[in-house]
Design a protein around this ligand. Structure first.
Ligand code: CP3
Length: 344
């Protein structure tokens, strides 16, 4: 049994398994070197030789308990035919969808063909990973994908997204259905290609009020989880409703996910008291503390472990690793989790 999978069977090992969101990426010099081989980020994502290597780099260096497929959530809009590009220093830029014509132009039929390199990456990874390392597949949740598809970029407040959700509910529902169907097929194929756990990133769920959250975060997630589990009943699914605050509890109770990843603003001890006893919690070290390092970092790691002892738990960050993170701080956290260097 891979240690990573134990919490999903209700076990509470003394040392929680650990992986970090964005554990592959620019904070690693070996990643920056690899990335220089394909300056176009989407091309990088569709090159199995490069994505397999990028996935393995943090495993080799740190020995995380799980590897996460190297890809991006925005391969789904790209595979649906929307123009997606990544600009250095800006992030993703998409030709925004503004109306029903834009939705009708999406091509759902060719999604799995276009994503064939992702499945190839997973197959190769499962062969190359150490036996005790689990393999995580992932996708963006519909609300977060719709955010990028309608806004065209990050770093904005989601006004266009909400105007479509409130003002053209029929069109918005049509877009969400296209996304749900594509995600179910994509996630099932990931499992068939070697993914042993799935994570759904809902990075923008924090801009939804209670009603939008119920309708467009919880409900689509619940349908996706049910449909994936119809085909693959035992695959653990982790949801990450970032910024959801107290609504993370409704999310845990209603979506059917096996685990919930909580951000750094949600106290784990509070989450633990408010989710079902079997619900795996994942999180939630502040990624800025991982940059800062030092005694405060050690204290936060110890506190998280103390708060979660006896509850099924996966150690992680509250959000992805930042590019300026010193790799030594990552090693330091894993070392302390494993009882090295002065753990009390
Ligand atoms: O190691 C891993 O976690 C696996 C790889 C992974 C990436 N993106 C690689 C990536 C994963 C799981 C993602 C998910 C993702 N992508 C999310 C959800 C998680 C979150 O952060 O909330 C989102 C919102 C995106 C969209 C996205 N992709 C943005 C906003 C950016 C730009 C921000 C940045 O750091 O530049 C990306 C680019 C991206 N995705 C990079 C990486 C390693 C950096 C690209 C580069 O190498 O230049």
């Amino acid at each position: 049994m891979r240690p990573f999978l134990e919490p999903f069977l209700g076990k509470t090992p003394n040392r929680p398994p650990a992986w970090f969101m964005r554990q592959a990426g620019r904070y690693l010099p070996e990643y920056r070197e690899l990335r220089a081989q394909a300056p176009d980020f989407l091309k990088f994502c569709y090159s199995p030789d490069l994505t397999v290597e990028a996935t393995l780099q943090p495993i080799r260096r740190f020995g995380f308990d799980a590897a996460i497929l190297f890809s991006d959530i925005l391969v789904i809009p790209d595979a649906l035919g929307q123009q997606v590009r990544f600009e250095e220093g800006v992030g993703p830029l998409l030709d925004p969808i503004g109306d029903r014509l834009g939705i009708a132009a999406l091509r759902a039929g060719s999604v799995l063909d276009r994503l064939a390199p992702v499945f190839e990456t997973l197959r190769r990874l499962r062969r190359e990973l150490p036996d005790d390392t689990a393999l995580i597949g992932f996708a963006g949740a519909p609300w977060t994908l719709a955010f990028y598809m309608i806004e065209g970029r990050g770093g904005v407040d989601g006004g266009k997204l909400k105007r479509m959700a409130y003002g053209s509910p029929g069109d918005f529902a049509a877009l969400m259905t296209v996304l749900e169907d594509a995600l179910v097929a994509y996630l099932c194929r990931q499992v068939e290609s070697g993914a042993e756990v799935l994570q759904l990133f809902d990075s923008w769920s924090g801009i939804a009020d209670e009603t939008l959250f119920a309708r467009w975060v919880i409900a689509p997630t619940k349908r996706i989880v049910a449909r994936v589990k119809e085909v693959h009943p035992t695959v653990p699914i982790i949801g990450f409703p970032r910024g959801a605050g107290p609504m993370v509890i409704d999310y845990a109770a209603a979506t059917g996910v096996d685990g919930v990843s909580v951000d750094s603003q949600v106290p784990l001890s509070w989450a633990r008291r408010n989710v079902p006893a079997h619900m795996v919690l994942q999180g939630n070290l502040d990624n800025q503390l991982l940059v800062a390092g030092g005694d405060d970092l050690d204290a936060a790691v110890a506190r998280i472990v103390r708060d979660m002892r006896g509850h099924p738990f996966v150690f992680n960050l509250g959000h992805g690793i930042l590019p300026q993170t010193p790799p030594d701080n990552v090693a330091r956290v894993l070392n302390r989790l494993r009882g090295g260097a002065g753990e009390s």
